[in-house]
Each structure stands twice: as C-alpha cells, then as structure tokens.
Design a protein around this ligand. Structure first.
Ligand code: ADP
Ligand code: MG
Length: 237
C-alpha cells in the first residue's frame, strides 16, 4: 500500500466545525483513484491535509505514506518523500515560471520535460499564473506536478474550466504519471477527464466530509450523472 488514510477528522484552524468526518481511503502502487462529490463536500480539504497545509488540523486519524505516518511532517518533507499536488486554484506568484521549473528540476533532480508537449512554451517567461487562461493554468500546474516525478500525485480538478484541447493534454499528462508508476488521486467535478483515461481503479464519492460510496468507475459515474449526488445521500440501493 503506497498511501492510506484512516478515520481522518479535520478542522480548519479557527473554525469549530469538522470538514472531514472520518475519511478512509487506500491507494496501491500505480493505482488511479477518482474522487467526486458536491461543491464544499471536503475534497480539496482532503488533498490539502495530505500535503500538510498548516491551517488544516487533524483532530483524529492517520495519514500513512510508504508505510510511514506523516501526520506531523512539514509540507516540504512530504514533497521530498514523493507527494505532489496540482492545486485546484493555485496562487499567482511574482516568480518567473521558468525559474520555478529550474528550481524543481534541481531540487528533485529530475529531467526537464518538453514545454511544447504541454502547450506551455509561450508561458514560461511569464510570472506564474499572472494573466493565464484557465487552460494555461491547468496545463502549467500539471507540468509542474509531473516534473517532480511524484510517487503519489494529488490532482485537484485538473479538468475544470478547460477546453477540449487542454483536456486532451491534461489526460496525456495523467497517462505519463501512470507510465512512471505513480499512484494518483484525481478529483474531478464532472468526470469529463474519465473519458480519456483507460485504467481507473476505483471511484469514490465524498459527501459532507465522508466517503459514502466506492465502486467501479463507469457504474459510479453513470449513477452520478443520472441521479445526481442525492442518490448517495439517500444511501442508494
Ligand atoms: P470541495 O473541494 O469538495 O468543493 P472544500 O474542501 O474546498 O470542498 O471545502 C469544504 C468546506 O470546508 C467548505 O464549506 C469550505 O468553505 C470549508 N473550508 C475549506 N477550507 C477552508 C478554509 N481555509 N477556511 C474556512 N473554511 C474552509
Ligand atoms: Mg475543491
């Protein structure tokens, strides 16, 4: 088992309410797990807790990665161990994209990937995400994640707000991660990206801070698109 979350309860610093309420999830080597759920159900919170963002406080439960509990590790330690994230809404920063790319290849001792394959050649000389379109941002975020050669890639809605051309490039990026043996946790809003992916291990549905359904991806997506998430709230059949 590459990655396992057991009975995870999480609050945001300064707030009383639990956002995650007992999440359980296991991901094996090279597996692709898809996470779907209504807005505000806690998907991004789960990913941000996994990478150790300090506002997200674990009240109960454990996060295991490569057989080690990582609950109290700093984000950079988790990144060094091989956890990479493509954020849903990454911050704009005043750093040249190309500078960050060089920094990642140096720190992670990885090879540069061709910019043109990700459609980012025209972007690398610009400040990261400043004035980028939705597709440009998602493609760049995907590129930066793959560049780290993560063992576990957390992809938070890489397919949201992108056109079909970008979608195909992002799907190629996911395939590249898979070829390199990464385990993947992919959050998707409407599931379009699943049409491009051959092998998905399992699809999970999160509602109100809990995974309420895990199953065969095609069947689960069909249930979601046909009945909506209320199907899972009521418990399904
Ligand atoms: P999802 O990604 O499933 O749409 P999120 O994990 O972003 O949902 O959010 C889950 C809930 O937690 C929402 O009600 C959101 O407002 C709240 N939340 C997440 N992060 C924070 C934060 N930093 N401060 C306050 N509330 C937060
Ligand atoms: Mg989210």
């Amino acid at each position: 088992m590459v990655f396992k979350v057991e009975d995870l309860w999480v609050k945001v610093q300064g707030h009383d309410k639990y956002i995650l309420k007992g999440v359980d999830l296991s991901i094996g080597k090279g597996e692709v797990h898809v996470l779907m759920g209504p807005n505000g159900s806690g998907k991004s919170t789960l990913l941000k807790t996994i990478i150790g963002m300090p506002q997200y406080k674990i009240a109960r439960g454990t996060i295991l990665f490569m057989g080690k509990e990582i609950n109290n590790l700093q984000p950079y330690e988790r990144a060094k161990m091989g956890i990479g994230i493509a954020f849903q809404s990454p911050p704009r920063i005043r750093v040249k994209t190309e500078y960050l790319i060089k920094l990642i290849t140096t720190k992670f001792r990885t090879r540069l990937l061709p910019y043109e394959e990700y459609g980012i050649s025209h972007l690398v000389s610009r400040d990261l995400y400043n004035g980028f379109s939705g597709g440009e941002m998602k493609r760049t975020e995907m590129y930066l994640t793959i560049l780290q050669r993560p063992k576990l890639a957390l992809l938070d809605e890489p397919d949201s707000g992108v056109d079909v051309d970008s979608l195909a490039l992002i799907a190629k990026g996911i395939e590249q991660l898979m070829e390199e043996g990464a385990s993947i946790l992919l959050v998707t809003h409407l599931g379009y990206i699943l049409k491009y992916l051959d092998v998905v291990t399992e699809l999970h549905v999160m509602i109100n801070g809990k995974i309420v359904y895990s199953g065969e991806p095609e069947k689960a997506l069909d249930l979601i698109l046909t009945h909506g998430y209320s199907y899972f709230v009521k418990g399904g059949d």
